[in-house]
Design a protein around this ligand. Sequence first.
Ligand code: FAD
Length: 429
Amino acid sequence: MIADTTYDAAVIGGGPAGATAALCCARGGLSVIVLEKDTHPRFHIGESFLPRHYALLRELGLLDRFHTLPQVPKFGASFVMGNGEKARDFWFKPGPHGEESHAASLERAPFDQMVVSAAREAGAVVHESTGVRSIDRLGDGDVALTTTAGPVRARVLLDASGQGAVAGRHLGTRRQLPDLRRVAYYSHFTGVERREGRLGGSPIIVMCQEGWFWVIPLDEQRTSVGMVIGMDIIKAAGIAPDRALAWGIERTPYLRRIMAGARATDERNHVTADFSHRCEPFAGPGYFLVGDAATFVDPIFSTGVCMGMMSGRAAATAAAALLREPRRAERLRRDYARFVDGSSSVFFGMVRRYYRHGFREMFLNGTGPCGVHDAVIAVLAGHVFPRPVFALRWRLRLFKTLLDIHERIRPLVPKQPNFSLLTAGPAAA
Ligand SMILES: Cc1cc2nc3c(=O)[nH]c(=O)nc-3n(C[C@H](O)[C@H](O)[C@H](O)COP(=O)(O)OP(=O)(O)OC[C@H]3O[C@@H](n4cnc5c(N)ncnc54)[C@H](O)[C@@H]3O)c2cc1C
């Protein structure tokens, strides 16, 4: 049963975005309730973190706790064609304000539990196993929700319900992105071959015409492996969803090699479909949308948790200011929406380019004029908040122009054959 109190802030969802929002609200002196339909620790995908995220954990005072969790340090990322014929390793560099040039990958369940525990210790009231069924009123200073444990009232709503997008659906603003419609199949394995030294922690992105795979070391033993491809490919190939990942691995020589001795540790094959979306406006009367509940970009560059926690902190700051000075509401909402838009747009642009074969050819070539490749790596490290610095923006524009020239006018780097899952044969054995 939920106490009969009007909270300053109600947060839907106790994932990293919601827990960060609650932590920052509580530290800012607001009374805050978190409503989470699941119970921590619970499985979640999103296991590879960015250097900017690592810096954020330090800024939030969570780095010591973070280091107690089993994890694999990550100093860069590797990209390889599915046939294994072309590969490139990239190393992160420090951010524009001296932020860290490394990050880590780890299992999400203990991480998410750690952030929610920090919020609870800071004073947030956390109700797990409590789903939000409906938003009954949504206005400045007047929010009413119906949950599985009874009604909840608050002065402002922070919706961090992830792909559930409770407020976006309530408002009818959730918009799917037709050009980014994809599905992911994934599982955890032991016995996946790793490289020596620092490269052993780098996530590997394995590319194919239909999409890509991730290989992310999670701890000493386990590796997360997943495949992201177009929505209809598996169905059209007549493959059962629980066979899709194995089907993709069998057809990809590079994965066949490094997974020759691998065993799945997870009985389930997880599937997540159609995850890229936007719910605009990101803030409005009575609410702020946080993390995936605001927008989610294809996971190719591992940006989700960093974006989610960044927006959680920004929304908590904006909500506290709004409750103190309601007359500034419009301005605060506009600034918050700009923050989410400014930092997510750069990722959307990069993701769209990634699916062009020319981008992969240029990227795998490894170098370019005027530091354009470093600009791409800076985005991959998450150094884009609150928005990319000018030196990054013009280099990204130059990279896009070079990509257009490479694809439409004349090749700037050697052409690479594409690798297709559909034309590749399965393993002989
Ligand atoms: C295939 C795939 C791979 C990914 N890989 C990466 C990666 O490598 N690195 C990375 O950073 N990100 C990755 N992501 C993205 C990452 O998973 C998300 O961006 C991140 O979890 C967002 O955090 P969040 O708190 O906004 O949402 P979530 O973590 O999804 O949390 C939302 C919470 O809200 C709860 N909830 C939902 N509806 C309700 C309701 N009605 N009432 C109460 N509670 C509710 C849910 O139970 C959940 O706990 C990946 C995503 C996908 C799909």
